[in-house]
Design a protein around this ligand. Structure first.
Ligand code: ADP
Ligand code: GLC
Length: 482
């Protein structure tokens, strides 16, 4: 094994403490895989309201963080816990006014909240008397830590020489704000081409300052270097392409295993599929659909965001619900943009016997949809990796995906699922027709596709090796240039 590394892992979401999507899954699982490889990895996230109100296994730490900012020293506290089922420490930066709000994001001062978080997290390491070899930051929220580390941090010997890795989970959210945020962080730097006059772009900063950059699938890594997929940062990404890598996400097999998942109606596995039907019926009961056998149930579990292809789902769903590909049931679990929430509510109200929409976040219902549906829809416009399709395959729900980003890297047409290319409702509906046709007429082929998906290995082991390699490269850069 390589030498054990000390890794400071910064994320705005860490499941089960805070999760709105896949970022939370990764924050809760990758550190465990790195720990299992022998590394000393410590996770830091903000103390959101759920933590401040008291979270089982999480306790307040007897320390005070005096974080210097352009508006004076701000005192913060910290909580401490462990990632469930592991020894990985998780620290929570506590500043009530900044973090203990009803939601994780969505506030005008988000860039300042996460700038403060980032600086406080670095200060925490001093109080713990623990010097990381590498800071691993995720998405724009924690990029300020790398901006500070590679500028102001270089004149502080306690931080000089620490390497960094920046992981892009979603280029669509960049964390733009005004230049005052750098005064607030006491950081002096020049402007980037990607930043308008007086503007700061934290996503661009992460890409610019980090030693090594990666995103969460090989295909998305290529797509973001194009004008079409670069969200305005493709030039910067091309400039750094020698340091840009694509590493596919893994699944937390402790959480996502149909043989042990306590949230299911009945456990099952590839060798014993009978109980899957029980989950099907339990799903129908839970969402109020008639308990019909032998018709395909299509499911979705998703943030209701334009990224997820919601604009082409509506029309395809209209055709599906009107029987153009035979009888079918449809169930969606999701929350997000109100116009998509309304779309699903209205359609479900109209097709009561065939369709059900649960608008909200529901951690217990999601597994039942993966386990009880036959087909899982993920027609994303873009998808950095996507965990939904991987969980679906592991649970025996056959995915229909648009061949983009991580979806293209994980689903094989006709072997583990159905893929389509053009971003329009016809192409999606055509894929739905192909899948339901196989389901309805050739159950043997269907079972084989289902089994192929369930047998695919989506565990973290290989990907965690990839991250270990990135850390080594980041450190090597600091030795040469640092
Ligand atoms: P993204 O991170 O872009 O949202 P992913 O497919 O990577 O997409 O991850 C989504 C994760 O969030 C999956 O674990 C999925 O089950 C979960 N999820 C999404 N929406 C909901 C919801 N409304 N209720 C429960 N879980 C959800
Ligand atoms: C983002 C992406 C998703 C990815 C997740 C975890 O939320 O939208 O595709 O799986 O991050 O990396």
């Amino acid at each position: 094994m390589a030498d054990p590394l000390r890794i400071l892992f910064l994320s705005a979401e860490v499941a089960p403490f805070a999760k709105t999507g896949g970022l939370g899954d990764i924050g809760g699982s990758l550190p465990k895989a790195l720990h299992a490889m022998g590394h000393d990895v410590r996770v830091v996230m903000p103390a959101y309201r759920k933590i401040e109100e008291g979270y089982p296994g999480v306790s307040s730490m007897p320390l005070q963080l005096n974080v210097p900012t352009g508006s004076g020293v701000i005192n913060a506290g910290a909580f401490e816990g462990r990632l469930p089922g592991s020894d990985v420490p998780v620290y929570f930066i506590a500043e009530y006014g900044l973090f203990a709000r009803p939601n994780i994001y969505g506030y005008w001062d988000d860039p300042y909240r996460f700038a403060f978080f980032s600086k406080a997290a670095l200060h925490l390491t001093l109080q713990l008397d623990w010097r990381p070899d590498v800071v691993h930051a995720h998405d724009w929220h924690t990029a300020p830590a790398l901006a500070w580390l590679h500028t102001a941090g270089q004149s502080d010997e306690r931080f000089r020489g620490i390497g960094s890795v920046f992981t892009i989970h979603n280029l669509a959210h960049q964390g733009k704000t005004n230049w005052n945020v750098f005064d607030y962080m006491q950081l002096f730097t020049h402007s980037l081409n990607e930043e308008g006059y007086g503007e700061v772009n934290f996503m661009a900063r992460g890409i610019y300052h980090a030693n090594i950059i990666n995103t969460v699938s090989p295909t998305y890594a290529r797509e973001i270097m194009t004008r079409e997929g670069g969200a305005g940062l493709d030039g910067l990404l091309r400039h750094r392409q020698r340091d840009l890598h694509g590493i596919l996400n893994g699944l937390d097999y402790d959480e996502w295993d149909p043989a042990t998942d306590p949230r299911l109606a009945a456990p099952y596995s590839l060798d014993d599929m009978a109980a899957r039907d029980e989950n099907r019926r339990a799903l129908q009961a839970a969402v109020g659909l008639p308990q019909l056998d032998n018709i395909p149930i299509l499911g979705m579990v998703t943030r209701l965001d334009w990224q997820k292809g919601m604009d082409i789902v509506g029309h395809a769903l209209h055709l599906l619900m009107n029987g153009y590909s035979g009888p079918a049931q449809f169930v969606v679990l999701g929350t997000g943009a109100s116009h998509y929430e309304d779309m699903f509510r209205q359609m479900a109200g109209y097709h009561r016997e065939k369709m059900s929409a649960y608008i909200g976040y529901h951690a217990e219902l999601a597994p039942l949809i993966y386990a009880g549906s036959d087909i899982f829809l993920m027609p994303s416009l873009f998808e950095p990796c996507g965990l939904g399709q991987m969980i679906a395959m592991r649970y025996g729900s056959v995915p229909i995906v648009r061949a983009t980003g991580g979806l293209a890297d994980t689903v094989q047409d006709g072997i583990t699922g159905t893929t389509f290319y053009d971003f329009n409702a016809d192409a999606l509906f055509n894929a739905i027709q192909r899948a339901t046709y196989t389901y309805n007429t050739d159950r043997e082929s269907w079972r084989r596709i289902q089994a192929n998906g369930m047998a695919t290995n989506f565990s973290w082991e290989r990907s965690a090796q990839g991250y270990q390699q990135l850390y080594t490269w980041a450190l090597a850069q600091m030795h040469y240039h640092g």
